[in-house]
Write a protein that binds this ligand. Structure first.
Ligand code: SF4
Length: 724
């Protein structure tokens, strides 16, 4: 009988960070179960997590895995196999030549929230400590950077203060800009459990669509605030106005623990219920109920995600929501606080190592000279450059304009996921050298690669990730690497050593890491004395005591469940800051030419660009094909039946999709899931224009503080379309 081996690891999909037990037999992953001992999921898995073993098998059998380094002799040609040494030597030579000819700013590195903390750490050090620029950014820019900026602007640090245990302790749960029933399913299951145990728990869901989360709230006697797209800040200011009017302000907390309340109070004076109702499209009585629950049925927990973050005023939206918690003192208490849900499995780990264009290791700021000097000392380099790096959208715009000459893309698919795809594809064509480091050979981005470097993926990777509640979990390999694939940190370190021989031979040894744990120990040391200090943690402790929440300082024996319990915030004077932010609205409001609001979002059973979930037929049982959801009135206005083809046209592109009638989408709105890309949609329009997925339509406008693009909304017009 074949022996079964069980390996404890973490799900690679979303930021809930569920623990999994991987079963292997004879060198194959044969099963996966929820880890009953993991504090995030307590044994449960959602539809995506519970099919990980099947997708893992499909990757290899369908040959979607990239199993050896490939080199494209010229653009447009089929790539041919090449050895690791030849691939990395060529990469080092070409990057060094561009570095010498055009300077460090000629090279951009674009990474991913799917990378492990150890991978992220090496990439960040490579760019900021070796190349001498800050042009490294991550696809987490598309998901979390507004939450980072919002926390820092108000609480002083990028530190989500809450824990999953708060779900069961809250009396009111305000879910805003999140369809967590689909996007964070296991957390939503925990919330359902909480409400079953405490039927008095109140749910408020703010979302323009009647999502599954909103419908569940209504069913449970809660509120769905179907606000106008982009009117979130008006809603939060209006709620604050009502909280003050109804006497729910916590004057003692405001006086002792905050600054800036008077200016904000002046601003929200005008957000009367009537005006807020006009701005948001909501009923005054619903606003009043929401305010009374938020301020009166406490403790109150807010859960939020991309609806706030993916916006040109994403930072302000985050901060305006946090204002409500500061004004009522609903923070630092069991069951209370503003709790940002992370999209990707390791968006948090990337933030921790500073793997973004404006951050440095351990939550340090690039703009702070002392922080730059500290990181330079840690790495043993003379300096970390002060020039701000290019963020995700900027990086591809710079490459499209010819300023960036090389792009190194790891574990992400910008040719599908970034907004304004026409510009992104121009960037990939115009860059002189494109490296794609990937587990999957079939992404849209891989088609543009001059060099394809095969990376390990879930089931093979070894390191750590951090979930939404600051909990660090181990990711362990159940199998050896497939084919010639190597770990992302090891590829980056190897290429860094070869590159250093050309541009800075004294820095070769900076990248001598024998194991991922050696990388992690260096990261751990960088956190000493910082808000996320993990100097008391080790791989051995994770092995023995299981996943832990940061901070976990030297001498501590377990992590920290909740932050700011003493009312001391991470600002220089310990006081949180109210954010006096204006309400601006959408980057691209509807008008006479483009009168419909296009909203984008996730499906229950798919993940990102489908490179993993799209290989499994079972995961198409829930939603089998791309559609545009329209209200029945919209269909009748267009003279169409359900199933008819509709052309969705924005200022940047167009898509033709079958229409589906959905009452949960307002008559002046349309909804398209974000997962389907060119490879799924295929073909071209009647004008010969490629169908680039929903991001062929979306706007590159971004938040000026967080640089996170407004992927959630753009203005479109709808037309009946003929069959091609
Ligand atoms: Fe994986 Fe997220 Fe589902 Fe948990 S909720 S099993 S982390 S996809």
């Amino acid at each position: 009988m074949t022996q079964t081996t069980t390996t404890r690891s973490t799900c690679p999909y979303c930021g809930v960070g569920c623990g999994v037990l991987i079963q292997t037999q004879a060198g194959r992953i044969t099963g996966v179960q929820g880890d009953p001992d993991h504090p995030a999921n307590l044994g449960r898995l959602c539809s995506k997590g519970s099919t990980l073993h099947l997708t893992a098998a499909e990757h290899v059998t369908r040959q979607t895995r990239l199993l050896q380094p490939l080199r494209r002799p010229q653009r447009g040609a089929e790539p041919v196999a090449v050895g690791w040494d030849a691939a990395l030597d060529e990469a080092a030579q070409r990057l060094a030549a561009l570095h010498q000819a055009h300077g460090p700013d000629a090279i951009g590195v674009y990474v991913s929230g799917q990378l492990l903390t150890e991978d992220y750490y090496v990439f960040n050090k490579l760019v900021k400590g070796l190349l001498g620029s800050n042009h490294i950014d991550t696809n987490s820019r598309l998901c979390m950077s507004s939450a980072v900026a919002g926390y820092k602007a108000t609480l002083g640090a990028d530190a989500p203060p809450c824990s999953y245990t708060d779900l069961a302790l809250a009396q009111t749960v305000f879910i805003t800009g999140s369809n967590m029933a689909w996007a964070h399913p296991i957390l939503f299951r925990r919330l359902e459990d909480a409400r079953r145990a405490n039927p008095a728990q109140k749910w408020i869901v703010a979302d323009p669509r009647r999502t599954e989360t909103a419908a569940a709230a209504v069913e449970a006697g809660g509120l769905h605030l179907a606000l106008r797209p982009g009117s979130d800040i008006a809603l939060y200011h209006g709620l604050l106005h009502l909280l003050l009017w109804e006497g729910f302000a916590n004057a003692a907390f405001i006086a002792e623990h905050t600054r800036g309340f008077d200016a904000l109070k002046d601003r929200v004076r005008d957000f009367t219920p009537r005006r807020t109702a006009e701005l948001t499209g909501l009923r005054e009585e619903d606003l009043l109920t929401a305010a009374r629950w938020f301020g009166g049925a406490t403790p109150t927990l807010s859960l939020y995600c991309q609806g706030l973050n993916q916006s040109r005023e994403g930072t302000a939206k985050n901060a305006a929501l946090i204002n409500l918690h500061l004004a009522t003192g609903q923070i630092g208490l069991p069951g209370a606080g503003p709790f940002s849900l992370t999209g990707q499995p390791n968006a948090m780990g990337g933030r921790e190592v500073g793997g973004l264009a404006n951050l440095l290791s351990a939550h340090r700021d690039l703009a702070n000279p002392e922080h730059r000097a500290e990181v330079a000392r840690l790495w043993g380099v003379p300096e970390v450059p002060a020039r701000p790096g290019l963020t995700a959208v900027e990086m591809f715009q710079a490459a499209a304009d010819g300023q960036l000459k090389a792009l190194w893309i790891a574990c992400t698919n910008p040719a599908q996921s970034l907004p304004d795809q026409a510009t992104v594809r121009r960037a990939l064509e115009r860059a002189e050298f494109v490296i794609v480091q990937e587990a999957f050979a079939t992404t849209a981005t891989a088609a543009y690669a001059d060099l394809l470097l095969p990376a390990t993926t879930w089931g093979e990777k070894d390191g750590t990730v951090t979930n939404s509640e600051r909990r660090i979990s181990r990711v362990r390999p159940a199998l050896p690497a497939a084919g010639q694939a190597r770990h992302d940190w090891a590829i980056a370190a190897d290429l860094a050593r070869r590159l250093a021989r050309h541009i800075a031979p004294e820095r070769v040894a900076m990248f001598d890491y024998p194991t991922p744990e050696a990388v992690w120990r260096e990261h751990r040391e960088s956190t000493r004395g910082r808000d996320l200090d993990i100097t008391g943690l080790s791989y051995a402790m994770l092995e023995q005591n299981g996943p832990q929440q940061w901070p976990l300082r030297e001498g501590q024996h377990q992590g920290t469940e909740r932050l700011y319990e003493d009312g001391h915030f991470a600002t220089p004077d310990g006081r949180a800051r109210f954010a006096d932010v204006p309400f601006l609205g959408l980057a691209e409001p509807v008008d006479a030419d483009y009168p419909v609001s296009l909203l984008t979002g996730r499906l229950r059973d798919q993940w990102h660009g489908m490179s993993r979930t799209g290989t499994l037929a079972r995961l198409f049982g829930h939603e089998g094909e791309p559609v545009v959801d329209l209200h029945p009135q919209t269909l009748s206005r267009l003279g169409l039946e359900e199933g008819a083809l509709v052309r969705v046209v924005s200022r940047r592109g167009q898509l033709v999709l079958p229409a589906r009638a959905q009452e949960g989408v307002a008559p002046d709105q349309a909804f398209i899931a974000m997962h389907w890309g060119q490879e799924v949609l295929g073909g071209a329009t009647e004008n010969g224009q490629a169908l680039l997925g929903v991001n062929g339509l979306t706007t590159p406008a971004f938040c000026d503080r967080s640089k996170q693009p407004e992927l959630k909304h753009c203005a479109v017009r709808l037309e009946p379309a003929a069959l091609p």
